[in-house]
Write a protein that binds this ligand. Structure first.
Ligand code: FAD
Length: 416
């Protein structure tokens, strides 16, 4: 039986795992990346991925600092300058509409963020990984065993190969098998909502604006792509989601246009529809001796504010800082002393964001009259208090607080 050694093993080559591999390899670590299935890196130019992400400024900085951003721009990224959030119907007539309008110009920014297809993000990061000599990719790889200790943790593959490292990172998503093998449990609950996703053409064009309408069954988000296209994330009851998936395109278009109050004119489906049951999930620990969890392996949140992968990217950027610092002090990469710094930096922040999204989801899914009125008042007030509005938008952009090196503005500012 062969046994090979590397500095860091990363299980999972999704957006977070692939970004982490690039970041650590750029810092001179040797990396073994294990990915269960070959990602599709080629697609017809006129097709669209129904999975997209709203990418914050902090995440854009990370991609930029990893040299993956130009590769994404070459494919397709859509900046958005405005965001409009509104309620299904006002409870009473107020002096203002229950609506918030964010504009990049209000905070002196060229845009509020970018909408990018997940396959474009993953593809750019995989190309970058393939250009780095110190990353060894095993794909498809199937993990059957995990042996943890702080000096020399190991994974065992199905074919009997044993891989040893100073640290193993689980970036293998919400159903992380490494997390299970390590005996780390999760807390959380399933939401009574499923997100229906698809791409549509809008009669009035995309207007460089993200739109979100809150309805009792869940939020409808319209995320701009190309000139006339939107990616749709329509969170609703599992029953309605099933109907929306099964109904003929003409009926779907009518229902969607009505749900968006025809603010963008008629909406017409292009391509397939998909559905994702929504849940909140949080790993009780992010670390064990020799192991760290990042991204959805550690936390899964409601997509209503498009923060899931943005949080995962901050995890990987923070872990990179922690490991570079540990190496400079000759501390073992997998020791609890080293890894605790990572857990302390990220766990509280992720739980706070999860809690905030959970609260939003509950407040906006409840049609009790006092709550409805409070929402209408809250939205109207937020719209008319610019400092509060600016704080909210800066928070969503990830530009508040003490960001990890890779998330800071320019490539030159990244710590080496
Ligand atoms: C409808 C919807 C809309 C969303 N919109 C946004 C948004 O706008 N903005 C945002 O920030 N987030 C959004 N999210 C969340 C975002 O998609 C996730 O947070 C993100 O995909 C997590 O990335 P990850 O790399 O941690 O995990 P994943 O994307 O799940 O990647 C895990 C990888 O690990 C591989 N893998 C799994 N098991 C193993 C194994 N045993 N061994 C090896 N490899 C393995 C998988 O094949 C996969 O490649 C949305 C989510 C949903 C459901």
């Amino acid at each position: 039986m062969t046994e090979t050694s590397t500095d860091i093993i990363i299980a999972g080559g999704g957006m977070v795992g692939a970004a982490l591999a690039c970041a650590l390899a750029e810092q001179g670590f040797t990396i073994t990346l294990l990915e269960r299935r070959e990602p599709g890196l080629q697609w017809p130019p006129d097709s669209y991925d129904i999975r997209v992400s709203a990418i914050s400024r902090a995440s854009q900085n990370i991609f930029h600092n990893l040299q993956a951003w130009p590769r994404m721009v070459q494919q397709r990224v859509t900046p958005y300058e405005q965001m409009r959030v509104w309620e299904s119907s006002a409870m009473v007539t107020l002096p203002w509409a229950p609506e918030i309008h964010f504009h990049a110009a209000d905070i002196g920014e060229p845009d509020l963020g970018h909408i990018i297809e997940n396959r474009v993000i993953q593809g750019a990061l995989w190309e970058q990984m393939q250009s780095l000599k110190n990353i060894n990719i095993h794909c498809p790889a199937s993990i059957s065993g995990l042996e943890l200790d702080e000096e020399s943790p190991r994974v065992v593959l199905n074919d009997g190969t044993r891989l040893r490292a100073s640290l193993i990172v689980a970036a293998d998503g919400a159903r992380s098998s490494l997390r299970d093998l390590a005996g780390i449990s999760t807390g959380g609950w399933a939401y009574d909502q499923t997100a229906v996703v698809c791409t549509v053409r809008a009669e009035k064009g995309n207007q460089s604006t993200c739109w979100q309408r809150f309805m009792p069954a869940g939020p409808l988000a319209l995320l701009p792509m190309d000139d006339e296209l939107f990616s749709i994330v329509w969170s609703t009851t599992p029953q309605q989601a099933e109907e929306l998936l099964q109904t003929p395109p003409g009926h779907f278009n009518a229902a969607l246009t009505q749900a968006s109050e025809a603010r963008l004119g008629k909406l017409s489906l292009i391509g397939e529809r998909g559905a994702f049951p929504l849940r909140l999930q949080h790993a009780r620990q992010y670390i064990k001796p020799g192991l760290a969890l990042v991204g959805d392996a550690a936390h899964v949140i409601h997509p209503l504010a498009g923060q899931g992968v943005n949080l995962g990217l901050l995890d990987m950027a923070e872990l990179t800082d922690v490991l570079v610092r540990a190496r400079s002090k000759d501390h073992p990469l997998g020791s609890p002393h080293t890894l605790r710094r990572y857990e302390r930096a990220r766990k509280g922040e992720n739980i706070a964001m999860q809690g905030a999204m959970d609260l939003f989801k509950r407040i906006f899914s409840n049609d009790m009259a006092p709550l409805h009125l409070a929402r209408d008042l809250g939205m109207g007030l937020t719209e008319h208090i610019p400092p509060l509005k600016n704080l909210l938008i800066r928070n969503a952009m990830g530009t508040l607080g003490d960001a990890p090196s890779l998330a800071r503005t320019s490539p030159q500012s990244a710590k080496h």
